[in-house]
Design a protein around this ligand. Structure first.
Ligand SMILES: C[S@@+](CC[C@H](N)C(=O)[O-])C[C@H]1O[C@@H](n2cnc3c(N)ncnc32)[C@H](O)[C@@H]1O
Length: 276
């Protein structure tokens, strides 16, 4: 009988593959300008550029598929999923942040969006079993059982403290604790991901006490340990342009780097896994 025929996982017409010149296929992503069109704004400290979920959804989902973002923040993924006609479920721990995301995805161009896609926001802790139950409830409400793409953009450990809540991943004590809690999120949702579908992790590293702490590598290892049915497909390196914390301080940072014998990090990672 041979291998089962794999279902198509995107809407690309590969007979006309040359028409998709804007789709990235290299592992180095140089995105210098954030997409600020429509509902996107840059008001949330710690948000990612909309081009990240946009590119991922076009490669790894079809119209009508369901995308889960378990660290929703200001709603970037759901704005983009709605624009692209994908259904979106977002989880955010902080009620005020979730409320702001809700406003963002229901304004302007998106109010009259004719794509028949649902967007649901759950306020909750993505490491908790009860949050998984809520995701399943939302899926059932829409006659669904599974997810077609998972996007995870967790805090970069404690670089930005999002709150004082114990459940907040930016409040975990050690890097090991942070990785373990992130692994809990992977375990919580990987069952819901359909076979052959993709999970993407967006994460940057940090410096602490004159030492480079490779958060990206920690999370990659943890993911492989916690979900052996996820296969690493790509490690993307994306430039960090206009990092707010360092804006107008380039000279100072350059001096520090020369004195301290280190390099200023200007990149973050997008780790792409496929469920097998
Ligand atoms: C890096 S931000 C995500 C930003 C988002 N991609 C955007 O574009 O707005 C991480 C988010 O995860 C949330 N968070 C932290 N711990 C969480 C947890 N245990 N469950 C759900 N959300 C959590 C934080 O409140 C923060 O909004």
């Amino acid at each position: 009988m041979g291998r089962p025929l794999k279902e198509k996982i995107n809407d690309l017409d590969l007979k006309n593959w040359k028409e998709y010149g804007d789709l990235l296929t290299d592992s180095l992503w140089l995105i210098n300008e954030r997409d600020k069109t429509g509902a996107h704004n840059n008001q949330y400290h710690g948000n990612f550029v909309p081009q990240i979920p946009h590119q991922l959804m076009r490669r790894f989902t079809k119209k009508g598929d369901v995308v889960l973002d378990a660290f929703l923040g200001n709603g970037t993924t759901l704005i983009e999923s709605k624009r692209l006609g994908r259904n979106g479920i977002g989880i955010e721990l902080l009620p005020d942040v979730a409320e702001s995301a809700r406003k963002n995805i229901n304004q302007g161009e998106l109010l009259n969006n004719t794509n028949d896609a649902f967007t649901d926001i759950i306020v909750g802790d993505s490491t908790a079993a009860i949050t998984k139950d809520k995701v399943i409830d939302v899926l059932h409400e829409h006659g669904r059982n599974s997810i077609h793409h998972i996007i995870l953009h967790p805090p970069y450990h404690d670089i930005i403290k999002f709150s004082n809540k114990q459940e907040d991943l930016s409040n975990t004590g050690t890097v090991e604790d942070f990785a373990r809690r992130f692994g809990d999120v992977i375990e919580n949702f990987v069952d819901l991901l359909e076979r052959y579908r993709y999970l993407s992790i967006v994460i940057g590293d940090k410096y602490t006490n004159s030492e480079w702490v490779p958060l990206g590598f920690y999370l990659m290892q943890e993911t492989m340990k916690r979900a052996p049915n996820l296969r690493l497909k790509s490690i993307l390196v994306k430039n960090m342009a206009n990092n707010r914390a360092k804006i107008n301080q380039e000279k100072l940072w350059r001096y520090r780097a020369l004195v301290g014998g280190f390099y200023i990090f200007k990149h973050e990672y997008i780790l792409i896994f496929q469920k097998i």
